[in-house]
Design a binder for this molecule. Structure first.
Ligand SMILES: Nc1ncnc2c1ncn2[C@@H]1O[C@H](COP(=O)(O)OP(=O)(O)OP(=O)(O)O)[C@@H](O)[C@H]1O
Ligand SMILES: [Mg+2]
Length: 368
């Protein structure tokens, strides 16, 4: 299947104490048309900066892109969706978003790719009505004016599930609840009809009920607006709900990537095991919830071997010495762990992971 966006060998560095240090290290991933890629990982793992680089929103300096491409394909022809396995794709009809000037980027931002952020209030102007703010995006894209523009904005307000859109059109952001404000932010992001919508923890600041409503809205909009989605979260439970494929990030690297089913039922990296083990939904009643010991490495010091090794109770000696390569588990699933090397000793995953695998064999589906 052909990707719509292909991020290749992306390394992002930040200037610190007079030297550039990597915070995203040689990351590659594909985003397929009409699908949702979830990016999951702890705070500081590099989820936001990876996506901000694609949008051209990194502060340069102190940031710099040391290597990589973000190829946006202009392929309109239908692809055979028999499976998610990568096929070689020519670069002829692609543009590298990382090589564009600010002017070039402005053309793609909004029109091709839009991003919504965690905290809705920071993306809204408190001094302008929401109608006006959405209208600016619609005008840019569709060139509408006057009554036609107003009508288009009211339609989008309705599309994102805001009741009484005519009345709400003339109101200011502070007159909206947190969930409704996030709907306004989503309205602005989709107003230009982007191909790709990047959602950076869009529900983290919301309570659980509202969170579920926003996730359902995004699923509906994905269909109605024909969107391809990148969904960033630190919550694997949220990812299970929304993503077709999942990339697990640790310390600036994607350590495992696969279809959602593969990540939930067939995970191979000890960090993915740890993340799954700490999901409240999978905890055993009465037992203390698993929490990952220790803290992520300081990326401003050199990382040796498998970055997760110091926190991994089952780490092998080689984990502290050498960065593992990707090992293929299926055409759609790979993980960077020495446990997959044929010479590695057989290590049993933690009890929770064994339970999930057993449950799958028994026919149960996670999240159903
Ligand atoms: N402006 C900046 N200056 C220096 N370092 C930065 C800056 N922005 C991000 N970083 C560093 O880059 C790394 C990755 O940050 P990023 O914001 O991408 O993490 P994240 O995975 O999105 O985390 P969170 O879940 O907390 O949002 C972190 O170590 C962070 O400290
Ligand atoms: Mg972030």
């Amino acid at each position: 299947m052909n990707p719509l966006l292909s991020v290749q060998d992306l390394t992002i560095e930040f200037l610190r104490d007079g030297a550039y240090q990597p915070v995203v290290r040689n990351v590659s991933f594909n985003v397929y048309r009409g699908r949702t890629l979830g990016i999951v990982g702890e705070s500081g793992s590099g989820k936001s900066v990876s996506c901000m680089s694609i949008m051209g929103l990194l502060p340069i300096p102190p940031a710099r892109i040391a290597s990589g491409k973000a190829l946006l394909y202009n392929n309109t022809k239908k692809t055979i969706a028999s499976d998610d396995a990568d096929v070689a794709t020519g670069e002829e009809n692609a543009i590298d978003l990382l090589s564009l000037s600010e002017d070039g980027l402005r053309r793609h931002r909004g029109n091709d790719i839009s991003m919504i952020f965690q905290e809705p209030m920071t993306s809204l102007n408190p001094l302008k009505t929401v109608g006006k703010q959405i209208g600016e995006a619609v005008r840019l894209h569709q060139g509408l004016k006057g009554a036609a523009l107003r009508q288009a904005v009211i339609k989008i307000l309705g599309d994102v599930g805001i009741p009484e859109p005519e009345k709400r059109y003339a109101q200011y952001p502070h007159e909206f609840s947190g969930g409704m404000r996030q709907r306004v932010v989503i309205a602005i992001a989709i107003a230009c009809r982007p191909k790709i919508l990047i959602c950076d923890e869009p529900t983290t600041a919301l309570d659980v009920t509202i969170q579920a409503q926003i996730l359902n809205l995004l699923k509906k909009l994905k269909k109605d607006y024909n969107l391809t989605v990148i969904f960033i979260t630190h919550d694997l439970g949220v990812v299970a709900n929304i993503a077709d494929r999942v990339a697990v990030m640790y310390a600036g690297d994607i350590i495992e990537i696969g279809t959602s089913k593969e990540i939930f039922y067939e995970s191979r990296h000890p960090y993915t095991w740890a993340l799954l083990s700490s999901l409240p939904q999978l905890g055993v009643k009465g037992e203390e919830l698993y929490s990952i010991k220790g803290t992520p490495p300081n990326l401003f010091k050199e990382v040796r071997g498998d970055a997760f090794a110091p926190r991994n109770p089952q780490a092998l000696a080689i984990d502290f010495e050498k960065i593992p390569p990707y090992f293929d588990i299926s055409p759609t699933h790979k993980a960077k762990t020495w446990l997959l090397d044929p010479r590695a000793p057989k290590i049993e995953p933690p009890a929770v992971i064994q339970q999930i695998r057993a449950a799958k064999k028994g026919g149960a589906e996670y999240g159903e």
